[in-house]
Each structure stands twice: as C-alpha cells, then as structure tokens.
Design a protein around this ligand. Sequence first.
Ligand SMILES: Nc1ncnc2c1ncn2[C@@H]1O[C@H](COP(=O)(O)OP(=O)(O)OP(=O)(O)O)[C@@H](O)[C@H]1O
Ligand SMILES: [Mg+2]
Length: 251
Amino acid sequence: MAPREGSTLKPILEINEVSKRFAGLLANDSVSFSVADGECVGLIGPNGAGKTTLFNCVAGYYTPTSGTVVFEGTDITGWRPNAVCYGGLARTFQIVKAIRNMTVLENVMVGAFCRTSSVDEARKIGLRVLEECELDEKKDVVVSALTIADLKRLEIARAWATKPRMLLLDEAMAGLTSTETKQAVSLVRRIKGTGVALLMVEHVMEALIPLVDRIVVLDQGRKIADDQPEVVLSDEQVISAYLGGEVDAGN
Ligand SMILES: Nc1ncnc2c1ncn2[C@@H]1O[C@H](COP(=O)(O)OP(=O)(O)OP(=O)(O)O)[C@@H](O)[C@H]1O
Ligand SMILES: [Mg+2]
C-alpha cells in the first residue's frame, strides 16, 4: 500500500528511519512517519511489533540505534526523558507508573512540577487536571487503593499535568470495561480538542477508530501501513498481520 501523502499541516513530530536493536532482535526497523500539529495518530500492530520500543525511542528512554527524532523542528534524538518532557512531549506507560504510596493529587503534582517550582501552583494545576480527568473526587485516595480504570486515568492525568504540546498514550484503555472505555475515549477526545497532538498505541479498535485521523501499523519492527483508518483497516497486509488475529475487545 502506498503511504499517504503528508498532511498540509506542519509536523510536530518527525520519526526518521528509526531503528532499535536489542542484541539479535531488530525491534524497530527503519521506521519513518510524522504527526502533524493537532493530529491524532493511532499506532497499532501485533504484540511484540515494536510499538512501546518506538515510544521509548521518541521519549528518550532508549537512544535509537540509528535514525532521528525531531520534535517541533528540533532534533531530540538521545535527549534524556526529563528533557523531552520539559520540551513539551509527554507520554504514558503501558505498565502504569504512578507512585503507589502517594495520593492521586500528589502524583499529578509531580507532573505539574515540570512547569512550576511552587507547591501552591502545582496543587492548583493538579486540581484542575484532576477535574478535567474526572478524578477530582479521588484526589486524596492513595494510589494503591485505585481500580485499573482510575490508574489508567491517573496515568493520563500525570502526563497532562506537564502541559504537553504532544502526548504519547501507550494502551491507555487496556483492561477497561466497555463503559470505562467510553469514558476514556471522551477524556482523550477532550484532550484532542485542546489542540494537543496525540500518538496512541491501542489494541482496542472501537476506542481508537473514533479518535484517530490516521493509523500507522507496525509488524515485526517495520512500518507496513500509514493511512486513513478506513484504508488501513481494509488493507490485506494489515488484516493478515494483525486484524485477522486476536484483537482485544476491551472487556
Ligand atoms: N529492553 C529490551 N531488551 C530486549 N528486548 C526488548 C526490550 N524491549 C523490548 N524488547 C523486545 O522488542 C520487541 C518489541 O517489543 P515492544 O514492547 O516494543 O512491543 P509492543 O509492540 O509494544 O508489544 P505489546 O503490544 O505486547 O505491548 C519484543 O520482541 C520485545 O521482547
Ligand atoms: Mg507495548
């Protein structure tokens, strides 16, 4: 399938021929695509396709073996994760990272300290973000007492509190019931409505499709498709590599 011509909007993120090798395994194999300012792009592919590895290369957790990552025109390849986040590119983790013995508000304040050194200001930002994420009623709950759905929502809230211009979401809806998935979709839609660019890894197709402008597909580390959702979902190579197999129904 021919790659879709790039959007006329200027790219906020450019991934240029990024490869990541772990010993004998090429987890990302010369992956290139870009995300336009304000665009929401889905990143899909089978387990082990290299989606999280690519997030790690973009967000500074791994240095790519080769290739470059450009954010808002600046080459950020090899920047440390905190520098990438200060630069305006935040991410969530597939395995949630909230600090378990702290409260919901304290966790979100950790994100807010990316933009302020004032505790009062961080609390204000934290409370506003918790309201936006509909977690304000749980602000004083200790993280270890949260449900999966709340942990996933908190993961988004922590990243959102850093005031990013682009957000990478790694399976933010995995393990949710269909009602919880709908709530998470409306949260991501609200975030998208603020003009933030999004790149989201998601196996739950009914959550992904209503949100994304475009879908990129990885298989065995390589990009095999990059187009509008309806084109990607009917692509034979994508169906045989991914959609024909088991897809998480989200329950
Ligand atoms: N730190 C690492 N060291 C060695 N191999 C790794 C490392 N991280 C990932 N891999 C391997 O790279 C490949 C891609 O893994 P990755 O986690 O990026 O896949 P994924 O597409 O996110 O899969 P999933 O849908 O299951 O989350 C896998 O074979 C994985 O075992
Ligand atoms: Mg993953």
